[in-house]
Design a protein around this ligand. Structure first.
Ligand code: SF4
Length: 66
């Protein structure tokens, strides 16, 4: 089962917290909107921290990919 991480591009305001807390999972594109570079890049704890730190709740994380 693969992890599933989604970025709501309409909600993302480009604050960069997700990149700060999980830099091997997230990056920001040329418009500063977050993108997932590697769903397995960081520990679940770090990804969860990034999701919780997002100021606009733009991220969702399904650890089992269901
Ligand atoms: S923390 Fe949230 S608002 Fe900030 S760049 Fe990441 S997804 Fe976008």
């Amino acid at each position: 089962m693969a992890r599933k991480i989604d970025v709501d591009r309409d909600l993302c305001m480009g604050s960069g917290q997700c990149v700060f807390y999980a830099p091997r999972t997230f990056d920001q594109d040329e418009t500063t909107v977050a993108i997932v570079t590697n769903a397995d890049g960081d520990s679940s704890v770090n990804i969860r921290t990034a999701v919780e730190a997002c100021p606009t709740q733009a991220l969702s994380f399904d650890e089992d990919g269901d």
